[in-house]
Design a protein around this ligand. Structure first.
Ligand code: GDP
Length: 328
């Protein structure tokens, strides 16, 4: 087990962060705070993307974007701060769908995206434009340009991901997951280039839901092989703290998928992909079990409640990665 000391934020090389929405966005914000803009590339899950009100919604890309721009609403946990909801109220008056909430400012993001996609831009191009508009210096990429859609097999039958997640509030019991379109999806070429290049210093799997946020990325054909082949250490941060998810259904899903809701089970799930794993201090007793999987362990405070705790965890993760790279 490594004990950590804070790095001097002089980390060299490029970092690839794999992320979902909320939990991943928190660490992405921390990494953005301690790395130079050009060092950080964030690849976000797009298997939650869907169409609503005739607009293309990319929840994970947007969560990361808003977090990097410091425009995210910390209290609500999603969407933009200082938001208003008049579009939704007007939509209800018209008899439109209202199970998914879209704020007035947030709507501009989806309109902007949908308009650019309709005129032939790629999702990465749209995301770059949106990031540019929000003054974001880091590179944010969709995991793929190909459409992949998470379907949730539940005790109530198969559901679209957002029907399960938002409309049904994660209440149905999960029996399995499928990522429609994954067999033919290609990892975004810029992610492949980064994974194959010699500037890559670490891959960080953010504390996102392993099953519905990270697995779609890892399930793209060739992704695991590239991660196994890179010389850069692959490090994951546990999204499970003391048997609970900080937010969302990860722990409930683990129990329903007949797995213990523990930080160790998440490490086991990622398996031989990992060189290092960051456990929360409350889970220090899992360290030996994770180490017995042949994965180096770092125990750290992983609850990110404000910008300084996000940056502190980012520094610990980078320091841990640098140590592993030196030893290998
Ligand atoms: P989603 O796509 O919006 O569901 O977001 P993610 O998959 O990125 O994030 C959900 C996961 O983030 C959950 O499993 C949470 O437990 C985890 N999470 C959220 N906040 C934190 C935090 O501060 N620390 C850690 N370690 N995990 C967190």
């Amino acid at each position: 087990m490594s004990t950590h000391h804070l790095a001097d934020s002089d980390f060299q090389g490029r970092i690839l962060a794999l992320t979902g929405g909320v939990g991943g966005a928190k660490l992405a914000r921390g990494l953005a705070g301690v790395l130079k803009g050009g060092q950080l590339t964030i690849a976000a899950n797009t298997a939650d993307d869907f169409d609503y009100w005739g607009l293309r919604i990319c929840p994970d890309l947007d969560s990361v974007m808003y977090a990097l721009a410091d425009l995210n609403d910390e209290t609500r946990g999603w969407g933009l701060k200082d938001e208003s909801w008049r579009t939704g109220i007007a939509m209800r008056r018209l008899g439109g769908d209202e199970w998914f909430q879209i704020g007035d400012q947030d709507a501009a993001t989806h309109i902007f995206r949908s308009q650019m996609l309709a005129t032939g831009s790629s999702l990465a191009e749209v995301t770059e434009k949106l990031c540019c508009g929000l003054g974001i210096a880091q590179t944010l990429l969709p995991m793929s340009e190909d459409k992949v859609a998470t379907k949730v097999n539940t005790d109530q039958g198969w559901l679209e991901f957002q029907e399960y997640f938002v409309r049904d509030k994660c209440e149905p019991e999960v029996r399995g997951l499928a990522f429609d379109g994954i067999e033919t999806a290609q990892l975004h070429p810029a992610i492949v280039d980064l994974l194959q290049g010699d500037e890559l210093a670490a891959v960080i799997i953010c504390p996102s839901n392993p099953f519905v946020s990270v697995d779609p990325i890892l399930s793209i054909p060739g992704c695991r092989a590239l991660l196994n082949a890179t010389k850069a250490p692959v490090i994951a941060v546990s999204p499970i703290i003391a048997g609970r998810a900080v937010k969302g259904p990860a722990a409930k899903m683990m129990r329903e998928l007949a797995m213990p809701a523990t930080a160790t089970a998440v490490a086991q799930h990622y398996g031989d992909l990992l060189d290092g794993y960051v456990l929360d201090e409350q889970d220090a007793d899992c360290a030996d079990d994770v180490a017995s999987l042949g994965i180096e362990v770092c125990v750290a405070p992983t609850m990110m409640s404000d910008v300084s705790s996000k940056m502190r965890l980012a520094e610990i993760v980078l320091d841990f990665a640098a140590g592993i790279a030196l030893r290998n």
